[in-house]
Design a protein. Structure first.
Length: 485
């Protein structure tokens, strides 16, 4: 019989549909009758389906951790380390002159020629705190807490452009499909949050070059992926019940769905079914927990002023305050995305604009965590996917002037809390800020160090997929001992 048969045409198609239903629905009516005779609890595997284990239940790491949770302030677009952290007087001396060929060594760039002119920062730098850490005048608020952070001036990456750079920073690989760092952390530690996801994502700027892969679960069960909270309205879509649906009706419906899913889980053992069960229950609990979380109006005026946050007005500052509220409620990993640092033109104007939006709140977050006794076991990270060139980008065709191109060879990040040694600066770049010359820290090393602070041997936190054991650091990575308190 083929699709040209009379059974595929006209009214006889209905007969085929009925026959298919009687034969296939519920594995056939005969199977359904047998299931009734045997008992529903034995129809799908011989015994009553077990209650699904909570996939986000807290777990023990390999050894005692220094940090139990993470807040990651990701500055998408790549902040200019030369205008914020890495002062280079030699750039001022040779400003406007072509970069020496021996320094560039054949490096290719996205938008500038390798012999582009050197470009000195227009920002003034000064030493701050007891540590004497050097910061740009564009970071006055960070200067107030500089003794609480560790600055790494010697970060380096393999990625050249934004999407692969962001994916590498978040997942440890430039290919799509790998689990994000937040997913790895929740997979390894579970979550202490009862009424919120273990991994929450807050975005205060535009779209992300790396897309949802930056907080996805890859080949891990999807229960570990980040849950984006919206900027306005319900934090998560469809959190409110439709008109006419009472709480009792909803609870009875969810209980029935849960029973059916648990039977299915007992028969198949598919972890995605456990994810589905957890998602339904989490959404139900979040109907009360999420609105309470997002309502910052009960925070003191002093706290709101410290962050520069306004209730009901989406901003990076509000997200920093929400990050503190999330970890207070047991959330394991909070990812803040702020995409606005891609300054191919007028880098000075761009840096001022972005630090104006982020500097006060970043420093306030550290102050707030510290005064509440949360900083000791909360690891805070700040940084982008790579750095910016010591050479100027200028292109009349694109309308660009006084900008900086992508620079994977060297960039700066800072870390605080959670076992990080405070008040230190590690790593150095050459006198033009082009290459790392001391204490190079690759992204894999950063990931290894983060996992170490969370109590994991990064070589042993693995997941078997397609015949091999994968890990966040792939086959590389060394713990940066100088960062450890």
């Amino acid at each position: 019989m083929n699709c040209q048969s009379r059974f595929c045409r006209g009214q006889d198609a209905n007969l085929i549909a009925r026959r298919w239903f009687l034969q296939q629905c519920g594995v056939g009516l005969g199977s359904m009758a047998l299931a009734s005779l045997l008992g529903a609890d034995k129809a799908f595997g011989g015994t009553k389906a077990p209650t699904a284990p909570h996939p986000l239940a807290p777990k023990q790491p390999h050894f005692k951790p220094k940090a139990t949770r993470v807040i990651y302030l990701f500055m998408g677009g790549a902040p200019s380390q030369l205008d914020l952290f890495d002062d280079k007087p030699m750039l001022a001396k040779y400003n406007g002159q072509p970069v020496p060929k021996e320094v560039v060594m054949g490096q290719k760039y996205a938008f500038i020629k390798p012999d582009a002119a050197l470009f000195a920062s227009e920002f003034k730098f000064a030493k701050h705190g007891q540590s004497g850490a050097e910061l740009s005048e564009a970071l006055p608020h960070l200067a107030e807490v500089v003794d609480d952070i560790a600055i790494v001036k010697s970060m380096t990456t393999d990625a050249f452009n934004h999407a692969p750079g962001q994916v590498l920073m978040q997942t440890g690989a430039t290919q799509f499909g790998r689990p994000s760092m937040g997913a790895w952390v929740v997979y390894g530690l579970g979550s202490a949050a009862q009424n919120l996801p273990g991994f929450v994502v807050l975005n205060s700027a535009g779209g992300l070059s790396g897309g949802t892969a930056l907080y996805g679960s890859g080949f891990l069960p999807t229960v570990y992926q980040g849950v984006p909270f919206r900027k306005s309205g319900d934090p998560v879509l469809f959190l409110s019940n439709p008109a006419g649906v009472t709480e009792k009706m909803q609870r009875r419906t969810l209980d029935l769905i849960k029973d059916l899913n648990e039977q299915h889980l007992g028969a198949l053992g598919d972890p995605e079914i456990a994810t589905r069960i957890n998602s339904f229950e989490m959404a139900y609990r979040m109907q009360s927990s999420a609105p309470e979380l997002m309502d910052v109006s009960k925070e003191t005026l002093e706290t709101l002023k410290m962050y520069g946050a306004e209730p009901g007005k989406p901003s990076f500052a509000l997200n920093c305050l929400l990050a503190r509220r999330l970890i207070e409620r047991g959330v394991r990993f909070v990812q803040l995305f702020h995409e606005g640092w891609d300054h191919h033109s007028e880098v000075v104007k761009g840096v001022k604009d972005q630090t104006g939006k982020t500097d006060q709140a970043s420093a306030a977050l550290l102050k707030d965590l510290k005064q509440r006794g949360l900083l000791d076991d909360t690891l805070v990270l700040w940084g982008g996917e790579f750095g910016r060139t010591p050479m100027v980008e200028a292109n009349a065709d694109f309308g660009r002037k006084l900008g900086r191109d992508h620079h994977p060879q060297a960039f700066t990040m800072w870390l605080a809390g959670g076992g990080i040694k405070p008040g230190i600066t590690i790593g150095e770049t050459d006198e033009l800020g082009f290459h790392v010359v001391k204490d190079k820290v690759h992204i894999h090393d950063l990931h290894a160090t983060i996992l170490h602070l969370l109590g994991f041997d990064h070589t042993k936190l693995t997941f078997r997929f397609q015949g091999r054991d994968f890990r966040l650091t792939d086959v590389e990575g060394e713990v940066v001992e100088k960062l450890l308190a």
